[in-house]
Design a binder for this molecule. Structure first.
Ligand code: MN
Length: 344
């Protein structure tokens, strides 16, 4: 038997190596909830939630209060029937998506230990490892270039650059980075910061200067589908949705509106169930995928490594919070340079 008996939440906080600055947000630390799911066979399935007020509207203290309600819905279910458990946890998609991710992963982790098969193989086992980018937050020009060069020299060939607060400064910074890291590719992420016209202007300047931008991520506001389409149809680079795509319904709308080339899946926005659905929707509609993260520690990062390797669905991987936080623990994965391997 592998029946759910108990659920425990542990609150933890990890500091960033350097304050993490993106459009309209500077974070010095990340608060996470580590979830322990106890089965009647003695196995403990682990998962981790990294909440986001900015993206999900989640408040940390509020999430902690969901423990009893979640346990009440899944107590007594067998993780071998994990879709039945997922269905119950899907009820928290709107109010607590990061917790949904953590508990759904803990269910898979408990099952994985019960049947002695790693989660990434439960999910399909398509890849043995993935390569991640590294994110450079918003900073002055000199520091941006130093951090980018450092990352590139360490072997990160895709760099994710945060833009979106100041168009002209962004253009100067990204051009300086491109000059200092020749041969790299870039994901630029405006985190909703531009108007459609500003985004087009940014992309024009990049293209004129031959900057190798692999994805222009979330240039405009969450609900600005028309703006997103305008940018997509008026710039040379692939455009991606992040904040706009949380649930499978968001993905379906993005496909119908035909306004992006990429969707950025994060387990913290979608949980495992919607993330799996978005993979299918995107692949069926010939949209490409990247996978990202919030401020997960080692346990949360491992979840995404297993999901990414299992589904093998992603062209780019932005799974770098374990490199940005002062948190040494790595759980169920190991890192070698920019390569991340799932472990058991
Ligand atoms: Mn993003």
């Amino acid at each position: 038997m592998s029946v759910i008996k108990n659920l425990q939440f542990k609150a933890e906080e990890f500091e960033y190596e350097v304050p993490f600055h993106i459009t309209n947000s500077v974070a010095t630390s990340s608060k996470v909830i580590t979830v322990e799911l106890l089965l009647d066979n003695g196995i403990v399935g682990l998962g981790q939630a990294s909440r986001s007020f900015r993206v999900n509207g989640e408040v940390f203290e509020g999430l902690l209060k969901y423990r009893d309600e979640i346990l009440d819905k899944i107590n007594g279910l067998d993780v071998r029937n994990y879709r039945r458990v997922f269905d119950q946890i899907d009820k928290f998609s709107r109010t607590a998506p990061s917790l949904k991710a953590a508990v759904q992963f803990a269910v898979l982790d408990g099952l994985s230990q019960t049947i002695n098969l790693p989660v990434y193989q439960l999910l399909g086992g398509r890849k043995d490892f993935i390569e991640t980018d590294l994110t450079i937050g918003i900073d002055n020009l000199e520091t941006t270039v130093i951090r980018a060069k450092e990352a590139f020299d360490k072997g990160f060939t895709t760099l994710k650059l945060k833009v979106g607060e100041d168009l002209n400064h962004d253009i100067d910074r990204v051009l300086a980075v491109a000059e200092a890291t020749e041969g790299a590719g870039y994901i630029v992420d405006a985190n909703l910061g531009y108007t459609a016209k500003e985004a087009i202007q940014f992309a024009d300047q990049m293209y004129k200067n031959g900057v190798n931008i692999r994805i222009f991520e979330q240039p405009v506001d969450v609900y600005d589908f028309d703006g997103m389409r305008l940018v997509r149809n008026n710039c040379h680079y692939p455009v991606g949705a992040d904040e706009t795509c949380k649930t499978k319904y968001d993905a379906l709308r993005l496909v119908r509106e035909d306004c992006v080339d990429y969707i950025n899946i994060k387990l913290m926005k979608s949980g495992i169930s919607d993330a799996l659905a978005i993979v299918e929707i995107a692949q069926t509609a010939n949209k490409k995928l990247m996978i990202g993260c919030m401020g997960e520690g080692g346990i949360g990062m491992g979840q995404s490594v297993h999901f990414a390797c299992g589904t093998g669905a992603f062209t780019y991987h932005d799974l770098d919070s374990c490199f940005l936080l002062k948190e040494p623990q790595k759980f169920r994965f190991k890192a070698d340079g920019n390569k991340l391997y799932p472990t058991f």
